[in-house]
Design a protein around this ligand. Structure first.
Ligand SMILES: *[C@@H]1O[C@H](CO)[C@@H](O)[C@H](O)[C@H]1NC(C)=O
Ligand SMILES: *[C@@H]1O[C@H](CO)[C@@H](O)[C@H](O)[C@H]1NC(C)=O
Ligand SMILES: *[C@@H]1O[C@H](CO)[C@@H](O)[C@H](O)[C@H]1NC(C)=O
Ligand SMILES: *[C@@H]1O[C@H](CO)[C@@H](O)[C@H](O)[C@H]1NC(C)=O
Ligand SMILES: *[C@@H]1O[C@H](CO)[C@@H](O)[C@H](O)[C@H]1NC(C)=O
Ligand SMILES: *[C@@H]1O[C@H](CO)[C@@H](O)[C@H](O)[C@H]1NC(C)=O
Ligand SMILES: *[C@@H]1O[C@H](CO)[C@@H](O)[C@H](O)[C@H]1NC(C)=O
Ligand SMILES: *[C@@H]1O[C@H](CO)[C@@H](O)[C@H](O)[C@H]1NC(C)=O
Length: 600
């Protein structure tokens, strides 16, 4: 506004009037946060081998999106990669707005050289999430960053205000470029054991000269003695569950993926691929030295333990000596019982308020009648017509050229089938585009049965679900007797141990087509995903937002594609508000039509 009032031409007055209309009409009083992102390759050598990573505005990991409940977020992304790009917002519910979800079932990818603007509201959410590239195995090269949704001032945190906020990304890592990794999988081979574990994109601190080579840059987190920090930890890796711990420091678990938890101290926490946790950590140790921050691989062969241990440094501001002693011990490598018990110990704090003033537990999920049950069986990767693929209920998902959501809106026939089987099917595998027909406002129970030999984690877009049960063996109807119907935590990513099952409950009140995927990148890439279509049978414009006017079209709908705006010159009127740019965009939207081919 101040920039506008500094100019005084009639043009800017006109813009001002329209801006006010936009504010009144579409902002609904909730603030906007704007981001301009340029996605490109940069070279980095996290494990001493130079390779190409994906950076946002030159940063790897990318910038943190820190906003408050109900804010509107506008992210203009310029794709400077040499291939299409799409980002998804892991854990953001995108209420009524699957158009912004950034997966192939809802969006055409942003072609190389183009820009596209996401615009969504972080409605009724709080907590710790992250974004990442959703296509072409790009997450293996980075492109991720944190999302923080702060409480509104009117809703108190269920703990004292921390003295600082720290984001930590932990991930397994290969020293090969992601395009090579992709090729290995395309050729039907296994990626093998990762080359290391990174902390915030850095390799391990040299805690032992015979384990870590010289010249590796490591992450150092600076803290002040006596202070308490909120540390948000995300496993953004490919396939490895990691145990996170800080030498001599307790981790007080307070939140996971948008739910406040019962606050409990842990000395270490297993964090599976795609999961996010926040801990309060008090700097209550001897401040004259530093401490190790460790993320070590779980469920791997002991011979790979040294290689698959990420180490960073917690540096007290007055510290005079380096971290010393052996690394703090984690749980025994193969101990899945420890890991499952730890997962079961994570509870919802039913009396804490989250995004709304009423306590989280006032949604009594345990008293709602289940209307649909889906049992999904995972098997180890297998060959289908000579191609290595992964399946759920024997079906390996193949993404159609036309996104499901666009095909649904424009009634393009034959793109997908709403016939995904609701019971475990141990049948010969096939490749298909079969999705789940969800019932709007239905209450769905989903059972994941992992008949593979490795741990998997599954993520559902559009929702938080309640984790009600988890056990070894095969799920049966009797398993329901063990469900936690009171304080199972609501989250969006849950692990399923090999030879075990996990059950979740989800209230399908968010209209859209939502991705249910393996977060393990190999498993996902090879076809282990499905979508849930949730349609309001009443014709209403209140339960779903319209197709955004900048939608990219591809596949059967390519001919609807408007000219890309990225090639156009910015408007001459230099103003500091993107709301004005939106107005300009509206004026420009009558521009030429072209038919790009996105089939690359
Ligand atoms: C591309 O970026 C420009 C500003 O740099 C913006 O005006 C335009 O709306 C963007 N295009 C899309 C499709 O988001
Ligand atoms: C360093 O690592 C080697 C190999 O794992 C091990 O044998 C040695 O005991 C370690 N040194 C220290 C000081 O822990
Ligand atoms: C957690 O551990 C800290 C010490 O690090 C202690 O002060 C605090 O009381 C513990 N909290 C709970 C809930 O156990
Ligand atoms: C902290 O450690 C240093 C040496 O590392 C020692 O000299 C000092 O006495 C310790 N302080 C406390 C309060 O234990
Ligand atoms: C649950 O949240 C409340 C805030 O409503 C907080 O006072 C309490 O300490 C929390 N309980 C636990 C066990 O974390
Ligand atoms: C999908 O489910 C709805 C009820 O939610 C039903 O009316 C419709 O016929 C189903 N569609 C298919 C193709 O099964
Ligand atoms: C996986 O399924 C096969 C065939 O149904 C069964 O024989 C086997 O015991 C299962 N394995 C596990 C670990 O559940
Ligand atoms: C939504 O529908 C109502 C009535 O069906 C109509 O009056 C209103 O203009 C519509 N709103 C929008 C934004 O299309």
């Amino acid at each position: 506004m101040s920039m506008l009032s500094s100019t005084s031409s009639s043009v800017s007055f006109l813009l001002f009037c329209i801006l006010v209309l936009l504010v009144e009409g579409s902002l609904g009083g909730d603030p906007y946060a704007y981001f301009e992102w340029e996605v490109s390759y940069v070279s980095a050598s996290p494990l001493g081998v130079k390779q190409e990573v994906i950076a946002i505005n030159g940063q790897y990991p990318g910038p943190i999106v820190s906003v408050t409940t109900n804010w509107n977020v506008v992210v203009n992304i310029k794709n400077n990669l040499d291939e299409p790009f799409l980002v998804t917002w892991n854990g953001l519910q995108q209420r009524k707005n699957s158009w912004q979800d950034g997966v192939l079932g809802t969006n055409c990818p942003i072609p190389s050289g183009w820009n596209w603007t996401y615009e969504f509201q972080v409605k009724d959410q709080i907590g710790s999430f992250f974004y990442f590239p959703s296509i072409n195995f790009q997450r293996a090269a980075g492109g991720y960053g944190g999302i923080i949704i702060n409480n509104r001032d009117v809703i108190p945190l269920p703990f004292g205000t921390p003295d600082g906020d720290i984001t930590i990304f932990i991930s397994d890592w290969y020293s090969k470029d992601y395009k090579n990794l992709r090729k290995i999988l395309d050729d039907g081979n296994d990626l093998g054991i990762p080359d290391g574990v990174l902390i915030n994109g850095f390799g391990p601190y040299r805690y032992n000269d015979s384990v870590v080579q010289d010249g590796i840059s490591f992450e150092r987190i600076n803290v002040d003695p006596g202070k308490t920090y909120r540390i948000r930890v995300h496993n953004v890796g490919i396939s490895t569950s990691l145990n996170f711990r800080i030498q001599n420091h307790n981790l007080l678990l307070v939140e996971t993926e948008g739910s406040y938890t019962v606050q409990q101290n842990y000395t270490n926490m297993d964090i599976h691929v795609g999961q996010s946790f926040s801990f309060l950590v008090t700097m209550d140790q001897n401040a004259s030295n530093d401490y190790y921050i460790v993320a070590s691989a779980r469920f791997v062969d002991a011979s790979t333990r040294d290689k698959l241990t990420g180490v960073g440094i917690l540096h007290y501001s007055n510290s005079i000596s380096p971290a010393s002693g052996p690394l703090p011990d984690g749980p025994n490598e193969g101990d899945t019982y420890f890991s499952m018990n730890q997962a079961r110990s994570i509870r919802w704090n039913v009396s804490a308020s989250a995004a709304r003033p009423n306590p989280q537990g006032s949604f009594r999920y345990g008293q709602i009648t289940v209307t649909d049950v889906y049992a999904l069986l995972n098997r180890p990767p297998e060959l289908i017509n000579g191609q290595l693929r992964t399946t759920l209920n024997g079906i390996s998902y193949i993404a159609p050229q036309t996104p499901l959501k666009l095909a649904q809106l424009f009634n393009v026939p034959g793109v997908y089938k709403l016939d995904f089987p609701n019971h475990m099917m141990n049948r010969p595998a096939k490749v298909d585009t079969s999705i789940i027909n969800g019932t709007y406002k239905g209450f769905m129970e989903i059972i994941f049965q992992n008949n593979g030999s490795t741990i998997q984690s599954y993520h559902l877009d559009g929702y938080a679900f309640f984790v009600v049960g988890m056990d070894f063996g095969t799920w049966t109807e009797n398993s329901r007797g063990t469900y936690n119907k009171w304080d199972g935590v609501a989250r969006s990513t849950v692990q399923v141990f090999p030879g075990a099952w996990t059950a979740i409950l989800v209230y399908l009140d968010n209209v859209g087509i939502w991705n249910l995927r393996a977060e393990n990148l190999n498993t996902w890439y090879l076809g282990q995903e499905v979508y849930i279509s949730v349609v309001n049978p009443e014709i209403s414009n209140k339960t779903e937002l319209p197709l955004p006017d900048n939608a990219i079209f591809c596949g059967a709908l390519s001919s609807l594609q408007k000219k890309t705006i990225s090639g156009e010159k910015k408007n001459d009127i230099e103003v500091g508000s993107i709301s004005v740019k939106r107005f300009i965009k509206m004026r420009l939207s009558s521009s030429l039509f072209i038919s790009p081919s996105l089939n690359s």
